[in-house]
Design a protein. Sequence first.
Length: 235
Amino acid sequence: MTVTQDLSFISLIANASIPVQLVMLLLLTVSVFSWTYIFRKMFALRAARAQTETFERTFWSGGNLAALYQDTLSNRRKSAHDAGAMERIFQAGMGEYNKSKASMAARPSGGNDGAISLDGARRAMRAAYQREMDALESHLAFLASVGSVSPYVGLLGTVWGIMNAFRGLANVQQATLAAVAPGIAEALIATAIGLFAAIPAVVAYNRYSHDIDRLAIRFETFIEEFSNILQRQAR
């Protein structure tokens, strides 16, 4: 075999030692999961932004809130309508507000304590907000772990491979670059695969964290604005 054939990518992986091959297999498996979560999160965030923009346009169009609330419930019952995060926050707040008002109106003394209704609606929206953020942030911790740990795992394989390469020189009468090059090249592939797994994960984590933070700001702003609207209605 020629030196070029010995240093081909497939040959280096096939001829690597078992521990280095196990490290490579682990990194490739992690990379597959990482890319799967990257694409899933990309589609999920794209859908979340589109649903948020659509609901915001509907909400601020000036329609009746009670009618909007009934429409959102009807859409979910009649079809496979996938409500966005902001729409679910609205449903939680409006539903709790209506339940609180109906409960106080059913009391023997009657009355309509707007502060209690508003406080319940705000708590319901905050709870819905936390659920939505938990769903949006799913798998981000995995991407962060892949981005931070993969280079070190690859380096572990590289160190092991270089150790084996230099140990092999003990049985050689004359150490030459041609003798040590294949072993070192096999070892360095582990680091390359580690970087291949880590770099996309880090880029995706930073990008998606930024997008989720922007959505979180929009949700929090909506909660405050909607609470002000409910407060004016309670008065």
